[in-house]
Write a protein that binds this ligand. Structure first.
Ligand code: DX5
Ligand code: ZN
Length: 218
């Protein structure tokens, strides 16, 4: 399993130090939590773009951009130049299917892998029609909007169901879980079939990020 460290809770004053330490700790991705203050309460637009730009200058570790925004198309423009590996948009941010399809195509036309994220209350069936067009499903295991929340246990059967569907239909899509993941619950998520775990506070607040990441990757 790969680890995508969320930098949402990284404080400005020690950002560079933390990014270097995460590189040494061998995080597989930097998870960039972009929030517009509309789709979710917080607004992290400016400082997430600043962090992502800084990381791009000092590290080769890939970016995993999670857009929690009402108008994903506009935010994608900001991130394309940073050549992120993944750009993930929320299913719930689109009123029409065509808009979502066009946005996924635009991400791919700009040499990024496209992902769809679903909130805890959104059923996995909703995104079945898109699975052959995307590289990643980001299953939220908390309500989007804040770091440091507790994992919502009822999202685990959703992951199992999605994994079964992907396997039965021989699809290539990866599953990423995001929110409240720590050393106590990551094994359950691994058994449920995730490929990537997004981890914020359990890594950023740990006293040994390298050891925590290695244990999580087991
Ligand atoms: C929440 C974000 C998550 C969060 C993860 O809206 O999408 O990526 O920052 O942080 P932890 O691991 O602390 O829940
Ligand atoms: Zn996230």
């Amino acid at each position: 399993m790969e680890i995508s460290t969320s930098i949402l809770s990284v404080k400005k004053e020690n950002a560079i130090r933390t990014f270097y330490d995460l590189e040494v700790a061998k995080t597989d991705y930097f998870h960039i939590d972009v929030m517009d203050g509309k789709f979710v309460e917080q607004n992290t637009m400016l400082h997430m773009l600043e962090y992502a730009t800084t990381i791009k200058h000092i590290s080769n570790i890939p970016l995993d951009v999670h857009l929690m925004v009402d108008k994903p198309r506009e935010q994608i423009e900001d991130y394309i130049d940073l050549k992120p590996t993944y750009i993930t948009v929320h299913y719930e941010a689109f009123k029409e299917e065509k808009q979502l399809e066009d946005t996924l195509l635009y991400i791919k036309q700009n040499a990024c892998r496209a992902g769809i994220s679903i909130k805890p209350d959104t059923s996995v069936e909703k995104i079945y029609p898109y699975l052959e067009k995307i590289s990643l499903v980001l299953v939220m295991t908390v309500e989007p909007g804040y770091g440091g929340q507790k994992l919502i246990e009822t999202t685990i059967p959703k992951i199992k169901k999605l994994k079964t569907y992907i396997e039965e239909n021989k699809l290539e899509c990866f599953i990423e879980a995001d929110g409240g993941i720590n050393l106590e619950n990551i094994e359950k998520l691994n058994e449920a079939g995730i490929d990537i775990a997004v981890v914020g506070s359990a890594i950023i607040n740990s006293n040994n990020m390298k050891e925590t990441i290695q244990k999580m990757k087991h």
